[in-house]
Ligand binder design. Structure first.
Ligand code: FE2
Length: 374
């Protein structure tokens, strides 16, 4: 095989090589206060800022980082911008899932050629620290992917941002990287977005859960997990399914006013320590009945962790053919019952905790009951 044929073959296998999640941008009502929450409660360090003082007139953005996870919190400064419109419609939520690529122009051209709706043509931004090329496409709801090519840039975040230092120290909680990000889509739309990720982004469907896997006495959902070529980016896609009562996905769609990101799973190497920290700083988690732990070891076999600590903190465990995982879910972090976080520690397992679905969804239903939305 010639070199060019080998390259062509590789592009056929993975025409959109992704180097990781570059950043996740939220549109929020008050970025200054949200930054304080993510810093003090979750341990993200504020590192960069753009706003009135840097010459930006329409919005203020704070960039926060913990290991490989980078969040951007953006709030509108005027009433008539798309940021203000987004916030009015959705409340605080994810606008951008940014993916790092080697070539943002190629990523745009190739995904658009394959059917993506363009959001931002390839755009070069530069300052004294070099240049960044970004481009973007629309995905479900008002959410977008932005491709970031930053190999020629060594500034703090992006051109237009200046370094930012908090007045208080940041104490990390051990969150390492984004393990997966889940999208909630509408009735009968899951397969549309599965095809989108397959055809436009070159992802593969690695796992599927139907309403028999994910249902309780009252409500149900369906989910398919999409993974990119190197397996670093995983996007499960959920849609509601019929049950006796309202699915949690439906509740999300109602309050978010459409499709969007449901949860962000952050990986840790020590879930007991991470969750202890998060709890002590006021992060609110879902809880499962104590009986969950009575049968735990019969279900998952031997694990390294002390079950008493898991029980105390409400951490769930599941095992698959390759190993096991520990996970826990926060309550929604906004007033609207929309986006929440998952904290996950993988010990060999590459699955998503199917054995915990029932206990977990019953916990969510108890919360829905309190909200009057079940
Ligand atoms: Fe998850």
């Amino acid at each position: 095989m010639t070199t060019s044929a080998a390259i062509a073959e590789k592009k056929k296998v993975d025409f959109l090589p992704l180097k990781g999640t570059d950043y996740v941008e939220f549109y929020v009502g008050n970025a200054k206060q949200a930054t304080h929450y993510y810093q003090t409660a979750f341990g993200f360090e504020p590192i960069a800022y753009a706003g009135l003082e840097t010459g930006r007139r329409d919005a203020a953005s704070y960039v926060l980082q913990q290991n490989k996870i980078r969040l951007v919190l953006t709030a509108p400064l005027t009433a008539d911008s798309e940021i203000a419109e987004h916030h009015k419609k959705h409340g605080d939520g994810v606008r951008v899932i940014a993916l790092e690529v080697d070539d943002a122009t190629y990523a745009f051209e190739e995904t658009v050629r394959r059917g993506a709706r363009p959001f931002m043509p390839p755009t070069v931004e530069s300052d004294e620290y070099g240049q960044v090329v970004r481009s973007g496409i629309h995905i479900y709801g008002d959410t977008v992917h932005i491709f970031v090519e930053r190999k020629n840039y060594h500034g703090v975040f992006l051109p237009g941002y200046r370094p930012y230092r908090s007045l208080i120290p940041t104490i990390p909680t051990g969150l390492k990287y984004v393990d997966h990000m889940v999208g909630n889509v509408g009735w009968n739309e899951m397969n549309i977005w599965v095809r989108f990720y397959e055809e436009v982004m070159g992802f593969q469907n690695i796992l599927s859960f139907d309403d028999k896997d994910i249902s309780t006495e009252y409500s149900a959902l369906m989910s398919k997990v999409m993974s990119n070529g190197n397996g670093w980016i995983k996007f499960p896609i959920n849609e509601p399914a019929r049950g006796k009562k309202k699915s949690q996905v439906e509740e999300y769609l109602d309050f978010y006013n459409g499709q969007g990101v449901q949860h962000i799973a952050c990986a840790t190497d020590n879930i007991i320590e991470t969750v202890r920290q998060l709890r002590s700083r006021g992060v609110d988690f879902l809880s499962v009945p104590s009986t969950y732990y009575d049968a735990l070891l019969d279900r998952v076999g031997k694990i390294d962790e002390d079950v008493a600590a898991l029980r105390e903190l409400g951490i769930l465990v599941d095992r698959d053919d390759e190993g096991y995982l520990l996970q826990i879910f926060t309550k929604p972090v906004e007033d609207r019952p929309t986006l929440f976080y998952e904290i996950i520690q993988r010990k060999g397992a590459r699955s998503f905790g199917k054995g915990n679905f029932k206990a977990l969804f019953e916990a969510i239903e108890r919360e829905q009951m309190l909200r009057g939305t079940l």
